[in-house]
Design a protein around this ligand. Structure first.
Ligand SMILES: O=C(O)c1[nH]c(=O)[nH]c(=O)c1Cl
Length: 312
């Protein structure tokens, strides 16, 4: 069996990689993912200037997932572009992802100009869904702004571009977002980012567990898998087939990978489980997926991708 996949005709020998924000802050972490069984890596979302992020503790693991309010700590987009250019020379046949996010459309355009000027030939992920910058609303929930950003961005940018979206919870929102996304030459849509502004409590201390935003933070892990699968499948049902889907959210076993692909994902990304287990998680997940495929007689992803059955 083969767990190989492709995004925009770029071939990957596996369909599992890291989610932006996890194990991708600096060269050390990115090299560890690059050396693992992961198909590729995506960097932490780079901003125009490097950022320290929110005060700690800003990440907390629970039995069922995680809560975070990191506040976009990153080395700045140019750091990630320089690093990927360097590593690309060593692995010319590998396609890498660089994530970026601006605080307004002017910044988004500037970031993508920096990407084009750097000669980066991989895939850009525009993060429209960071839930943890105090005072900034989730761009992904402001449909007019998403439309305006994509219109403006695609007036200038000619490279491969995907968008990272927050989770939606209303069928009409899937319809409205898909209508907007279908207007643009997007390479992929990545669903989902964390479920924003959850709250986890330490009962013994009767206290929150992260410092920023009085304990409110993005939720990941087991808690969000049903929402992630629904978003992957809703967009798979609605988007032009030229726009592929990356599935993120609640992946910690080969079964979770299988389900995301059954819902229509061409690639899956791992966040919380990677944070808990480290880059060895990619070998385990790949093996578990291969076992499932073997038991079902599937040889490649296309044998079951998007083929979720409904009840007649
Ligand atoms: O607080 C963060 O850095 C963060 N945390 C998330 O859960 N998703 C994001 O996109 C970002 Cl940018």
């Amino acid at each position: 069996v083969s767990t190989a996949t492709s995004i925009a005709q770029k071939k990957f020998d596996n369909c599992i990689m890291n989610a932006s924000g996890v194990w991708c802050y600096d060269e050390k972490e990115l090299l560890e993912v690059d050396k693992s069984k992961a198909a590729s890596f995506v960097t932490k979302s780079g901003t125009l200037q490097a950022r320290k992020g929110n005060p700690k503790p800003r990440y907390f693991e629970t039995n069922f997932g995680s809560i975070n309010s990191m506040g976009l700590p990153n080395q700045g987009l140019e750091y990630y572009l320089d690093f990927v250019q360097k590593i690309q020379q060593q692995n010319p046949n590998k396609t890498y992802f660089v994530s970026c996010t601006g605080f307004n459309v002017q910044e988004d355009v500037l970031l993508l100009e920096k990407v084009e000027n750097s000669g980066f030939k991989g895939i850009v992920e525009l993060n429209l869904s960071c839930p943890n910058v105090p005072g900034k609303p989730q761009t992904g929930y402001d449909f007019e702004t998403v439309d305006m950003i994509l219109k403006t961005v695609f007036e200038n940018y000619e490279g491969l571009l995907g968008v990272k979206l927050p989770p939606y919870f209303d069928i009409v929102h899937f319809d409205q977002m898909a209508k907007i996304l279908n207007k643009y030459p997007l390479t992929y849509v990545n669903s989902v980012n964390s479920i924003g502004n959850g709250l986890y409590i330490d009962d013994a201390q009767e206290k929150v567990v992260i410092k920023p935003k009085n304990g409110f933070g993005g939720i990941g892990g087991d808690y969000i898998k049903p929402t992630a699968l629904a978003n992957v499948h809703a967009f798979y049902q609605r988007l032009d087939p030229k726009i592929q889907i990356i599935g993120t959210g609640g992946i910690k076993t080969g079964r979770d990978v299988f389900e995301h692909i059954l819902c229509g994902a061409s690639m899956v990304q791992v966040g919380t489980a990677l944070m808990k287990e480290g880059p060895g998680v990619f070998e385990r997940l790949t093996h578990e997926l291969e076992m499932i495929m073997q038991s079902k007689g599937y040889e490649k992803l296309d044998d079951f991708k998007g083929k979720l059955k409904y009840i007649e």
